[in-house]
Design a protein around this ligand. Structure first.
Ligand code: 13P
Ligand code: SF4
Length: 305
């Protein structure tokens, strides 16, 4: 089936089933184009919490679709490609985290939203790249166990005061592999460009950027900034949304900054999900009941960028 027919059928079935398509900013352009909402992980969790749609077709990675289900236990959340799994979210072992918690009984566990439901279930609060520092500062605890992203943890650690941060050794290779040389090369080609990077990058890369933002933080900044050119230090397909929403501005991606997990979702798989209403996110009730608590606490804190 050609792209035009795929899109037509997706729209038809979406209306028939009262479904909503939520897509992360890193989805391939064609998937972004059929989505009702495109956003970052916090935005999509907020949208999932307030939708009236009966079915949520979640075009993103596993932990994002799981968060939508945890926030909407009565709704059907469909994840078009079950192999779209964030490797960093799999880097925390819930049992090991439980032992670390026992070693530090006074510490609060802050779980980046990029974690499994089982890990969220033992966390005190979640955060995203938008609100890490705001979340940590909202806690009375002096000691914080932060999982799993060490780079985001270090970035947060720098901006909070009077907290001891215990950082889990996780990383996202898509961001960790962005180097200061990548930025310098683009900066040489486009000396007037503003540099925006994601806080999953290393501190060295963050330090040579003008700003570190979540993906929606970059979208908001690109709209309001007077700059006409931007070097974007995150997954390259964010540039598709940035260009679409700011046609008179230029966005320069790092070509090899690709998240393979995000690319697993295709228009064919979205259509198949709407035809079969599968594969659904299914999580144990007790895990969902516990995991919703830190997620809701995070949403009460709100955006930080
Ligand atoms: P955002 O919340 O900024 O979209 O980040 C999610 C993510 O997985 C970044 O790699
Ligand atoms: Fe996970 Fe990195 Fe992909 Fe984000 S970019 S979903 S952290 S692998």
């Amino acid at each position: 089936m050609d792209t035009a027919h795929l899109i037509e059928n997706i729209r038809l079935l979406k209306d028939r089933h009262n479904a909503i398509i939520l897509a992360h900013n890193y989805q391939i352009p064609e998937v972004q184009d059929v989505a009702d909402v495109i956003g970052d992980s916090l935005d999509l969790a907020q949208q999932a919490a307030k939708t009236n749609a009966e079915y949520i077709i979640f075009c993103g990675v596993d932990f994002m679709a799981e968060s939508a289900k945890i926030l909407n236990p009565e709704k059907t959340v469909i994840h078009p490609s079950t192999d779209a799994q964030c490797p960093m979210a799999a880097m925390v072992d819930a049992e090991l985290l439980g032992s670390l918690k026992e070693e530090h009984p006074q510490a609060a566990v802050v779980a980046y939203i990029n974690t499994t439901a089982k890990v969220k279930a033992i966390a005190d609060i979640c955060c995203t790249s938008s609100n890490g520092a705001k979340v940590v500062n909202s806690l009375p605890h002096k000691e914080i166990i932060f999982v799993p992203d060490r780079n985001l943890g270090r970035y947060v650690e720098r901006t909070v005061t009077e907290k001891t941060m215990i950082l889990w050794p996780g990383i996202c290779s898509t961001h960790h592999n962005i180097t200061t040389d990548d930025i310098a090369t683009l900066k040489q080609q486009h000396p007037g460009a503003e540099v925006l990077v994601h806080p999953e990058c290393t501190l060295e890369v963050i330090d040579c950027a003008d700003h570190a933002f979540s993906t929606n933080g970059m979208v908001n900044h690109a709209k309001t900034s007077e700059s006409k050119e931007f070097i974007i230090g995150t997954e390259k397909d964010l540039c598709y949304r940035l260009k679409k929403e700011n046609p008179t501005k230029e966005f320069y991606p790092i070509p090899r900054a690709i998240c393979p997990a995000m690319k697993k979702i295709t228009l064919e798989k979205v259509l198949n999900s709407l035809e079969t209403l599968e594969p659904r996110i299914r999580l144990p009730q007790d895990i969902m009941k516990r995991a919703v608590v830190p997620l809701k606490k995070m949403m009460d804190v709100g955006r930080g960028d």
